[in-house]
Each structure stands twice: as C-alpha cells, then as structure tokens.
Ligand binder design. Sequence first.
Ligand code: FES
Length: 115
Amino acid sequence: MHVFVVDRRGREHRLEAESGWRVMEVIRDWGIGIRAECGGACACATCHVYVDENWAARLPAPEADELDRLDEAPGVGPLSRLSCQILTSDALDGLRVTLAPGSEVEREPAESEAA
Ligand code: FES
C-alpha cells in the first residue's frame, strides 16, 4: 500500500508502506522530517496531521487520549488526527495527509531542494 503526505512546503510525497505500521512511522522512516517527539506514545501531539477530507470518515474514530493530545496542539481543525494513532492497512491504500504546523522538523533545505 502507499500513503500520500504533503509536507509544510506543499510538496506531496508518495510513500510505500507495509500494513500495520503507524502512519507517523512511515512518514519518519521515509525521511520527511516529522517531529513525533514521543515516538508514538500519544503523549506529544507533534505528529499532528490533517487527513484529506475524502479519507477522514474512513478512519477509525480517535480514542479519548488522542483527543486529549489534540486539544493541546496548535492549528487543530475538524480533519486533525495524530498520525501515530493511524495504522496503515490495505483499506487505507492511498490515504492522504498533510503535516500540520508544529509537526515538521525545522531544517535548512538541501541544496538540491533550494528553489
Ligand atoms: S508521536 Fe507523540 S503523539 Fe504521536
């Protein structure tokens, strides 16, 4: 399966993924630069993403602790989820998410990425 991820610069990445992984892990392991400071323990909200509106209703509803963490995150909206709480599966093949403010590692773009 694969996941589409839009980074904070608006670039879309198509990431291959195994089923059963956390979306946060897929983003991190492909080097997109997600902060995810607690490593997926639902304790930091720095893996906050906006789920594409066509996909939002197809995800399992968030648990109470995910909602509690989202309450503390900046820029939360109706499509907000924590990407460490979304498990990849064949049913989510093609899922599209956008990194939310505060979730992307700040870094200088590589020379090859400079405009
Ligand atoms: S990685 Fe910390 S809440 Fe998701």
